[in-house]
Design a protein around this ligand. Structure first.
Ligand code: FAD
Ligand code: NAI
Length: 470
């Protein structure tokens, strides 16, 4: 609606923008969200967290049914894959989730301005149609940029979303590829590599570094790689892809050692490029408005998420910090609470991370390598799931919990978990660490028996003094 005016106009309806909009509306602000996609929810709900977790769950069930039920005395024939149904279910999960956000917008009286948002100046946002023409201009007391991120391209490897795909294409394959090469052993590469390996692909992961998932604690990453290799994922570490030739039926990749040396070729039917994501800043009118970027190309903000221009804020993947949905949402809540006169804050040091493979990997706080680099004296408590009775009952004993605590004060500095339910367990660790718990604190909390959480208690006891059951 031309010339409408709002207390807050948000550009982007991902987990950063849509959550900020709901919280701002709850606080009494008149809110509009400009979103160019035909559905709300951003990367996470449409082509990220939600569809990938739907396929991870379906492919896990397929794998479990085929391999893991016999140990329980359940005998079934080899399962067959109804691929169309699996992909249909994934789309239905996404549809229900994005529709849910539309419902929440209506409930909270948030206006959805459909189109691409461009900042004309502080206090003024234009909405552009698909042809690039301005179809609306609105006044905004405050502007919040929540434009998210996009795939980092790899020179020499052109993504066509058919044979050479980003994560978006890898969630939409029309059939199970026979040979899939994944470039990048990060979170996307390992999650989606696992999905397609479980469904029958021969998966090779090419990684530049000599280790997988650089953000994971080194010891955990080594166990994790061994576990994935046992499942059938192949790794080519310390290697870089320099060229992709997709002119034939498949793709021929040229791969070189990262440190230099003789090139070799690798053939694939599909290639997934997953070497990271970069902030989405194009087309937002940042230059014109005078909004500054960091040296890494993200939008620079102060402690209250305000950009270099007063009245214009930014949150989520487009600013610093981990590119995670829950971090983006917390940014949004803290930012609009500050705009509404309250005091919002997010502790980026305690944002939990989870890799939803099987086993899962989850962590919060510092890794051993980070503590060493910072010169912090620490102690370690570890507890294997083989020693945990519930994990034995569940036939899920792979992995361990590792608690890092300050040597002098016993304060927990990092928790790292490899295990079937790591993603659920890490919530308890994050909660404890937000309240500055010591290892002894966690170890003395009465945990229900038998629950997998007892492994966290025991690892905390191991960091403090001694575990009971080891
Ligand atoms: P986005 O979700 O990217 O949303 C930005 C929105 O802004 C988009 O809808 C875009 O269309 C819109 N937009 C951009 N520019 C404009 C404009 N000019 N005008 C109007 N609209 C605009 N994170 C997790 O925490 N857990 C996971 O399990 C997880 N899985 C993932 C799996 C995959 C395959 C991928 C790719 C990502 C995953 N992530 C996960 C990361 C997560 O999706 C992002 O961290 C999160 O979506 C960031 O939220 P955001 O709101 O900042 O940005
Ligand atoms: P990533 O940063 O997790 O991993 C990228 C990997 O690619 C790294 O290991 C890096 O060393 C490697 N790499 C970089 N350049 C390379 C090259 N030229 N050749 C070979 N390897 C190269 O990035 P990814 O997996 O693309 O994911 C992007 C982000 O999306 C994640 O960092 C995370 O923030 C988010 N995400 C989160 C998920 C979750 O929370 N479960 C799931 C999926 C994505």
């Amino acid at each position: 609606m031309a010339n409408d005016s709002y207390d807050l106009v948000i550009i982007g309806a991902g987990p950063a923008g849509y959550v900020a909009a709901i919280r701002a509306a709850q606080l009494g602000l008149k809110v509009a969200v400009v979103e160019k996609n035909p559905t709300l929810g951003g990367t996470c709900l449409n082509v990220g967290c939600i569809p990938s977790k739907a396929l991870l769950q379906s492919s896990h069930l397929f794998e479990e049914t085929g391999h893991d039920l016999a140990a329980h005395g359940i005998v079934v024939g080899a399962p067959t894959l109804d691929f169309t149904q699996m992909m249909k279910r994934k789309s239905e999960v996404v549809g229900a989730t994005t529709k849910g956000i539309e419902f929440l917008f209506k409930k909270n009286k948030i206006a959805w301005l459909q189109g691409a948002g461009r900042i004309e100046a502080a206090g003024k946002v234009s909405v552009l149609g698909p042809d690039g023409a301005v179809k609306d201009t609105v006044a905004a007391k405050n502007i919040l940029i929540a434009a998210g991120s996009e795939v980092t391209p790899l020179p020499g490897v052109v993504i066509d979303e058919k044979k050479i795909v980003s994560s978006t294409g890898a969630l939409e394959f029309g059939e199970v590829p026979r040979r899939l090469v994944v470039i990048g052993a990060g979170i996307i590469g390992l999650e989606l590599g696992s999905v397609w390996r479980r469904l029958g692909s021969d998966v090779t992961v090419v990684e530049f570094l000599d280790r997988i998932c650089p953000s994971i604690d080194d010891e955990i990453a080594k166990f994790f790689q061994r576990s994935l290799a046992k499942q059938g994922l192949k790794f080519k570490l310390g290697s870089k892809v320099t060229k992709a030739d997709a002119s034939g039926a498949g793709v021929v990749l040229t791969v070189e050692p990262a440190k230099g040396g003789a090139a070799e070729t690798l053939e694939a039917d599909r290639v997934l490029v997953a070497i990271g994501r970069r902030p989405h800043v194009a087309g937002l009118g940042l230059d014109k408005a005078g909004i500054k970027l960091t040296e890494h190309g993200r939008i620079a903000v102060d402690a209250h998420f305000q950009t270099s221009v007063p009245g214009i804020y930014a949150i989520g993947d487009v600013i610093d910090g981990p590119m995670l949905a829950h971090k983006a949402s917390e940014d949004g809540i803290a930012c609009v609470e500050t705009i509404a006169g309250q005091k919002g804050h997010v502790n980026w040091d305690l944002v939990p991370s989870v890799v939803y493979t099987q086993p899962e990997v989850a962590w919060v706080g510092k890794t051993e390598e980070q503590l060493k680099a910072a010169g912090v004296a620490y102690k370690i408590g570890k507890y294997p799931f083989t020693a945990d009775p519930r994990s034995r009952a569940n036939a899920a004993t792979e992995g361990f919990v590792k608690v890092l605590a300050d040597k002098a004060t016993d304060r927990v500095l990092g928790v790292h978990i490899l295990g079937a339910e790591a993603g659920t367990l890490i919530g308890e660790a994050a909660l404890a660490m937000e309240f500055a718990a010591s290892a002894e604190d966690i170890g003395r909390i009465c945990h229900a028996h038998p629950t997998v959480n007892e492994a966290l208690k025991e690892a905390a006891l191991a960091a403090w003094e001694k575990p009971i059951h080891l």
